[in-house]
Ligand binder design. Sequence first.
Ligand SMILES: *Cc1c(COP(=O)(O)O)cnc(C)c1O
Length: 418
Amino acid sequence: MHEFKFIDNELCCERVRVSDIAKNVDTPFYLYSHKTLIDHYMKLKAAFRSIKPLICFSVKSNSNLAVLRALVKKDAGLDIVSGGELYRASLAGANPKRIVYAGVGKKQGEIRDAIKFGIHFFNVESEEEIRAIQGIARELNKKVNVAIRINPDVIPKTHSHIATGKGDTKFGLDFETAHKIFNSRWQYPNLDIKGLHIHIGSQILDARPFQEAIGKVLSFLKQNHIEAEYLNIGGGLGIVYAMEHPQTADHFAKNILPILKKTRLKIILEPGRFISGPSGILVTRVIYTKRTPRRNFLIVDSGMNDLLRPSLYAAYHKIVPVKSAEYDSSDLERVDVVGPICETGDFLAKDRLLSQAKSGDLLAVMGAGAYGFTMSSNYNSRPRGAEVMVIGARFHIVRRREAYKDLVRGETIPKALR
Ligand SMILES: *Cc1c(COP(=O)(O)O)cnc(C)c1O
């Protein structure tokens, strides 16, 4: 469920008309519902209340400071993957003890900053990395918590680009190497190897791959008599984009709690999409309509630079007119919704049956709150749109639209060229 609903044929976010926001901030813009965000976080929290896990929101799914702050205020932890995300976490007022840090390529400076900030855990993805963390921890004279990210070699049914738990991806360590690290704990006097981490992929619709991966990890611990305090089961819960029937938080919990409860491990979750995905839409305006002998196009003012997922993963996002009253439902037309970017791959939807739209109409791209703005770029020198958050009856601009000046910030023409 989300808080984007039609009231009197007008799409509203909570109690605010989307068209009113468009009048005020222009298009395109991302629009987030505070209530939807918090509701989804609370759903997970409630489903797992019997084991009180640490729920670390995956910052890379939506890193806007207002989004992070809203969740942090509800006591959410954060799952980060870079020094930049650490910086955002600190600005959002996150409790360092609720931050976990994954990623295969953490640089020395990033590791140092995270140790100084006092994060809860590093999720370690290679032997060289754990040696680097040990070296920096010794330099800083600190004891640092790490968990070993395991690549459990399971294949969830999802797009191959978002399956991270297959044996041949770059993520995590194989069981053998993990075993070797546990057996040589003495080599890491400044580290406390607290547990294991898995994150097997994204947009996973049922519990089976999780059960399989957790099962593998638990038998690894048991067989090798490894003492661990934490198990981080990652993120990856799927949401509705089209006609999927993803597991609910309750179903997910019901299916994995029995396995988790058999252990005495403290559990960490890292949901991203599940919380931020349904909480955001992208609002765009039709610039032109164009009919060709082969196809009809709606050319809109946002493209792959604003929302990359359709181009990158062939992802489906539902598109609806913001004012549905202007349409007659018999008026459906098969269209491609495309952006202004000079790439054939620049589209938001293909072959979509939509009510006939005309230039100037507003469209909403649904389920765009995760991996939407965070993957946006300035390709074709297009300033990024605004980000707006509705809280109850009011909307707040939580990131202003970029200006042309922002496009060239940091660029200089060398003297030799003047
Ligand atoms: C991206 C990521 C997540 C979040 O994934 P979702 O599919 O958005 O839930 C969690 N953990 C790690 C380590 C990640 O890289």
